[in-house]
Design a protein around this ligand. Structure first.
Ligand code: GAL
Ligand code: CA
Length: 348
């Protein structure tokens, strides 16, 4: 009797230690020992939007693969080292959010040498780099679409609010806060927002444009300076993303603007539709954004990575499609108070 009890207890201990061993990188969820290892990098953890993509990847992959997740801290050399380490740890697929889109070829060459598939996401590699390896895919968006949709929000809200044309000249005097220089999203959003507006019959005049690298604090400093210089002459603030739009909001709120009433108001639009931005849209302090779908982008990354890590075709068992450069494009959605629940649903 006693012997068999000892046997049962020790068997339980062995089983539980095996379970503990196999859950290492996966936050407590058990993964079978023969599940593939998938190596992921995020260009920097403190990027607001990317932190949502990362969390979605973690929860979707949980239980299906051993996950190695890296913060590349905005340093490409560091990311290159992380890729070496993941390949040495026998990762069966890599999902890479590049620091520098120009570095795609370096990563591809490393992976190709070991015949390991690579899925880039959020920062798009050049078509040449994509064509250099048959086991490379991209998950992201169509960057221009976000600029056009931001333009759509501007056109609709401007037409509905004639008082926003403070000098009454029929022209939008705007300032534009740009993301990282050379980032495909930043470039396309910047050119497409004004292209869309002018093609829809509203003239624009640029007062200022500067890079704030997606960052709230930097954007606040920049807008502080612009407000000093132009004040009420600014009729619209276009921001390449929400984090910077929120910095702009902090800046003008400190001067008594956008308190949620219609007294002193400068309209601001962003891109991403992250939860903090949705709260401001509800308060009436921000006019709109464009949903950058963190949930479905993460889902596509995980679907493709799980497939290719086990030797399957990338799209097997999924509804995703690939375009001519082997990219899955997750659609954007323009967001204002009228359809805010669309964005909220992706954050449930
Ligand atoms: C964009 C997003 C930005 C920032 C950037 C990082 O798609 O709108 O907020 O996260 O990606 O590459
Ligand atoms: Ca005007």
């Amino acid at each position: 009797m006693r012997k068999s009890l000892i046997f049962i207890v020790s068997a339980m201990l062995i089983i539980s230690s095996v379970l503990i061993m196999s859950c290492g990188d996966n936050g407590g969820t058990t993964v079978s020992a023969d599940a593939p290892t998938i190596g992921v990098t995020i260009y920097r953890y403190d990027d607001n939007f990317m932190s949502f993509v990362r969390r979605n990847i973690e929860s979707l992959i949980s239980g299906n693969a051993h996950l190695i997740m890296n913060d590349s801290q905005n340093n490409q050399a560091q990311q290159n080292d992380q890729v070496d380490v993941m390949l040495n740890r026998e990762a069966k697929a890599l999902a890479i959010n590049l620091v520098d889109p120009q570095a795609a070829q370096t990563i591809i060459d490393k992976a190709k040498a070991k015949d390991i598939p690579v899925i880039f996401f959020n920062k798009e590699a050049s078509p040449q780099a994509m064509a250099s390896y048959d086991k490379t895919w991209y998950v992201g968006t169509k960057s221009e679409e976000s600029g056009d949709m931001q333009g759509q929000v501007v056109v609709n809200t401007w037409r509905a609010n004639p008082s926003w044309d403070k000098n009454g000249d029929g022209v939008i005097q705007y300032v534009l806060i740009k993301g990282e220089p050379g980032h495909p999203d930043a470039e396309a959003r910047t050119s497409h927002v004004t292209k869309y507006i002018t093609e829809n019959g509203i003239r624009v005049q640029r007062l200022e444009e500067l890079n704030a690298n997606w960052d709230t604090a930097r954007a606040k400093d920049i807008v502080d300076a612009w407000m000093q210089k132009h004040g009420d002459k600014i009729e619209f603030i276009f921001s390449n993303n929400d984090s910077m739009a929120l910095g702009a909001l902090q800046s003008i709120q400190a001067l008594g603007y956008n308190q949620g009433d219609n007294n002193k108001f400068i309209p601001i639009v962003g891109v991403d539709a992250i939860p903090d931005m949705l709260n401001e849209i509800k308060k009436g302090t921000i006019v709109g954004s464009v949903l950058n779908d963190a949930l479905n982008q993460a889902k596509a990354v995980v679907d493709l990575a799980l497939n290719v890590s086990t030797g399957k075709e990338p799209l097997e068992g999924t509804d995703w499609t690939l375009d001519e450069v082997k990219a899955v494009r997750v659609p954007y959605v323009p967001i204002t108070i009228d359809n805010i629940e669309v964005a909220e649903n992706t954050y449930k």
